[in-house]
Ligand binder design. Structure first.
Ligand SMILES: Nc1ncnc2c1ncn2[C@@H]1O[C@H](COP(=O)(O)OP(=O)(O)O)[C@@H](O)[C@H]1O
Ligand SMILES: Nc1ccn([C@H]2C[C@H](O)[C@@H](COP(=O)(O)OP(=O)(O)O)O2)c(=O)n1
Length: 222
């Protein structure tokens, strides 16, 4: 028979992080604009088998698709503001359900308190938060050199994005930090060095639900 404490954990997990009939593991990847979130996510995907979901990229795809919300999203992004959570959450949910994977890096989300609460409301929670710490001066240099033709990578919008990051996104990082869920990475170093630190975090990480499955398979100690 199953150990009672394991049974309770199993039950808790049933109400948590179930999406489209599967248990999912989520890691939030946060950091200022240009801190290197996307760059490091590509490395994590390659080495640790996650699926990378960039909230910003999903929104840009939505604009290009010509959907009814496209023009509104486009205006918000050009002004450096944050799109209403219901739109972003829907795109993230759809992408996770469609994917065959069960491990997701959610990059650039939650960016404000409203984003964070909306995610909680769909009964999902991150295993931890990876936070890329970098000075505005360095992030600004990187954004201006990014050269991907993004409408928001201009001085005026970059300034606004930094303001929103400081006012709305940092408090979200602080919220998770108060719960001891943040792994802070010095993102000012060269790409390969940053990834060494990221690797250390992921080498020690085992998704909560994988741990749970292991626990249920262990012979009980009588
Ligand atoms: N550690 C780093 N050192 C120097 N340049 C970097 C570093 N990480 C990323 N970059 C470059 O900075 C720009 C922004 O990186 P990106 O990963 O797109 O950031 P974010 O997703 O956080 O906005 C890109 O041109 C990228 O190649
Ligand atoms: N959760 C999110 C994530 C991004 N956005 C919008 C607003 C952001 O300025 C843009 C670009 O975000 P993205 O994460 O792609 O890029 P930066 O980190 O700003 O370089 O997308 C949003 O409204 N809500």
């Amino acid at each position: 028979m199953m150990d009672a404490s394991v049974a309770v954990t199993e039950q808790e997990n049933v109400t948590e992080n179930i999406l489209g009939g599967k248990k999912v593991a989520v890691v939030f990847v946060l950091g200022g604009p240009g801190s290197g979130k996307g760059t490091q996510c590509s490395n994590i995907v390659e080495h640790f088998g996650f699926t990378h979901l960039s909230a910003g990229e999903l929104l840009r795809t939505e604009i290009k698709s010509g959907s009814e919300n496209g023009a509104m999203i486009d205006n918000i992004i050009k002004e450096g503001r944050i799109v209403p959570s219901e739109i972003t959450i829907k795109l993230l949910q759809e992408a996770m359900i469609k994917s065959e994977n069960d491990k997701f890096l959610i990059d650039g989300f939650p960016r404000n308190e409203e984003n964070r609460a909306a995610f909680e409301n769909i009964n999902l929670s991150p295993d931890f938060v990876l936070f890329f710490d970098c000075s505005e001066e360095e992030m600004g240099r990187r954004l201006l050199g990014r050269n991907q033709g993004r409408a928001d990578d201009n001085i005026e919008t970059i300034r606004k994005r930094f303001g929103v990051f400081e006012e709305s996104s940092l408090p979200v990082v602080e919220y998770y930090d108060s719960k001891d869920m943040v792994k802070k990475i010095n993102a000012a170093k060269p790409i390969a060095e940053v990834f060494e630190d990221v690797k250390t975090v992921f080498q020690m990480y085992c998704p909560k639900h994988a741990l749970l499955n292991q626990a249920t398979q262990m012979p009980s100690r009588e």
